[in-house]
Ligand binder design. Sequence first.
Ligand code: FES
Length: 237
Amino acid sequence: MWVKVRIKLNRENFKDYAYFSLELNRNSTLLDMLVKIKEEIDQSLAFRSMCRAGICGTCAVKANGRPVLACSTKVLVFGEEITVEPIDNVLVIKDLVVDHEFLYNKLKLWKVWYNAEEEDKKVNASVLKRIEKSHECILCGICDSVCPVLTASSYFGGPTLLTRYYKLLFDIRNTAQEEKVQNLKNLNPQLCTHCMNCSFACPKKLMPEALIKEEENLLQEKGIIKREEGNFGFLEF
Ligand code: FES
């Protein structure tokens, strides 16, 4: 199949679209398409990928307005004209490459990890079932890119951080479980408007909005926040 491709270029002193026309196999993914353009037409095109298997989360882009993993999305889905842009709500470094440093720094700040001792402990199947979605997050940043609250308030932790944080709240292996629950209030899950954008966009179908709702409920059950503190109680504009 022949496709016409329009790619948003973002470089120093240059913000425009580049146009390409190329022939692709019907099974080609968006990533195959980008690689072909880079190898055969324009070597200066910048995009990111590593695993090519939907695991590393580095290849997120927007195609015809929809945020997707380029390596796991077939070109066929978009028809013969495709516009590719970087995902939203993040700093663009060059062309389709965005800066994930901000997200990694948030994970560091909130210590979203287990220590080696904790990881070695046994855990029962029901706990594992509960936290599996949190573990499966690949940090692609797509959920944050579609979150309207993140763009409006720096008080909100955001879907990616709150999805990753979830496992620390409900995993009995985590020795700092109570401390994590207390810290959760600083990530303000109650600011989520439950628009569901994150859950619709998540390429791994992890339903971040549902996890955020559970986190909000946990704070309410523990008496850390009151019900009326939800819905933009702390929002800054
Ligand atoms: S290249 Fe790793 S998720 Fe796409």
